[in-house]
Each structure stands twice: as C-alpha cells, then as structure tokens.
Design a protein around this ligand. Structure first.
Ligand SMILES: Nc1ncnc2c1ncn2[C@@H]1O[C@H](COP(=O)(O)OP(=O)(O)OP(=O)(O)O)[C@@H](O)[C@H]1O
Ligand SMILES: Nc1nc2c(ncn2[C@@H]2O[C@H](COP(=O)(O)O)[C@@H](O)[C@H]2O)c(=O)[nH]1
Length: 206
C-alpha cells in the first residue's frame, strides 16, 4: 500500500432511498473525492451516458471480465450484473485520493474482506411508503422493475447493521450534512493527518 493511500468510502442503500442523489451532492461539497464508475449489464436509462454513469456491457463481456479478474467486487443485483474495476480504484487510492463506491451490500461484504480499512455507510429511507413514492416518482424504471426493487429492499435492509454508519435520508439536507460529517471525521484520523500530528507532538516535546 502507498504511504499516501486515500480512504475508500462505500455507500449502499435499497434502490430509491436516495443514495445517488446524496452522493452527487456530497461530491459537489467534497470535489476531491473520486466516484468510481461501475460496469453493469443493466440497459442504460434515458440520459445515462457510457463512462459517466456506468460502463454498460453485455453479459458475455461482463462474465469474461469476471474470469479475467478485473473486478475488485461484483454482484448480481435486481437481475443485472454490477462490478467495480480493481485497477482504477487501486491507482486512485495509491495516489492518495479518497474514492467512493456506490454499490450494494454484497459488494460491500467483498470490499470489507479485501480492504478492511474501508468506511461503509448504509442509507435508509424514512419509511416503506416513502421508498415506494421515491421509486415511482423518479420515473426511471418500468412498473415490474419497481416491484422487483421494492421486494428486494427487505433483503437489502436486513444487512444495514453490517455497515459502519447508518443514515436515515428523511430531510435531504440533514442527511447530506451527516454524510459529509462522516467524511470529514474520517479524514481527521487519516494516516497522513496522524503523521502530521506525530511530527508536531515530537517537536513540542523536544
Ligand atoms: N431526502 C429526500 N426526500 C425526497 N426525495 C428524495 C430524497 N432523496 C432523494 N430523493 C429522490 O428520490 C428518488 C430516488 O433517489 P436516487 O435515484 O438517488 O436513489 P438511489 O438510492 O440512488 O436508487 P438506485 O439504487 O436505484 O440508483 C429521486 O427522485 C430523488 O430525487
Ligand atoms: N455490487 C455492486 N453493486 C452496484 C454496483 N454499481 C451499482 N450497484 C448497485 O446496484 C443497484 C442498482 O443500481 P441502478 O443504477 O440499476 O439503480 C444499486 O443498489 C447500486 O448501488 C457495483 O459496481 N457493484
């Protein structure tokens, strides 16, 4: 590991809880964080761009990439395959950049196994009624896709306690403040910061 290694943040949530909206707002406040762009076999939604929202690939290509070992983690979620490129994340962390992954609980378990220093956050909706309202209100998915995601949400929420932090995304600005507070607190105890403090303490004690 590089001496200047950055922090790996992982954010997960049931579909529709507001994870992407929160993460995008966080990146505006904290532009030094790099968002990892995942690979997926899900078809693009209207307006989604290759390389910006996802690397959209066919299932056969994704399976070839799994066999080649290019993924740091990968999982099947709501009937589609999703994965995080090992090289891109590794290079950014080694350069001292903080990296954020927006992935599901299965991927988070894999990341935790290989990178135990990662900081994981689970976003909860304030209620099931509100989760459904957000999923339908987003207008991005077919009714049967929404039904499937709502049904899967129970199994996803059952893993919330495995995460370092849980945020309830009820009032958006309050949830965003909490997410930013986590990032800032983690940075204050980063290895780089600790070395600076050690140097100052040594100087003050000399
Ligand atoms: N606190 C909030 N209050 C009301 N609406 C919200 C709030 N947070 C997000 N939303 C809205 O809820 C919808 C779903 O949000 P978003 O797309 O960010 O969910 P997601 O968790 O990333 O879902 P997916 O996993 O499917 O990508 C969006 O229309 C978003 O504007
Ligand atoms: N394990 C992974 N899960 C991922 C990754 N990228 C996204 N996701 C999760 O999939 C669902 C659905 O996303 P959507 O864009 O189709 O709405 C959501 O929970 C994402 O967090 C990944 O690389 N690995």
């Amino acid at each position: 590991m590089s001496i200047e290694a950055g922090t790996l943040f992982v954010v997960a949530a049931p579909s529709g809880a507001g994870k992407s909206t929160l993460v995008n707002a966080l990146l505006e406040r904290e532009p030094a964080i790099s968002l990892s762009v995942s690979h997926t076999t899900r078809p693009p939604r209207p307006g989604e761009q290759y390389g910006r929202h996802y690397y959209f690939v066919e299932r056969a290509e994704f399976e070839r990439e799994i066999a080649e070992g290019i993924f740091l983690e990968h999982a099947e979620v709501h009937g589609n395959l999703y994965g995080t490129s090992r090289d891109k994340v590794g290079t950014l962390l080694a350069q001292g950049r903080d990296v954020l992954l927006e992935i599901d609980w299965q991927g988070t378990q894999q990341i935790r196994a290989s990178k135990p220093d990662c900081v994981s956050v689970f976003i909860l909706p304030p209620s099931r009624v509100e989760l459904e309202r957000r999923l339908r209100g987003r207008g991005s998915d077919a009714p049967e896709v929404i039904e499937r995601r709502l049904a899967n949400s129970r199994g996803e929420i059952a893993h919330a306690h495995e995460f370092d932090y849980i945020i309830v995304n009820d009032r958006f600005e309050a949830a965003l403040d909490e997410l930013q507070a986590i990032v800032r607190a983690v940075r204050l105890r980063s290895s780089l910061q600790c070395r600076r403090h050690e140097a100052l303490i040594a100087e003050l004690l000399a």
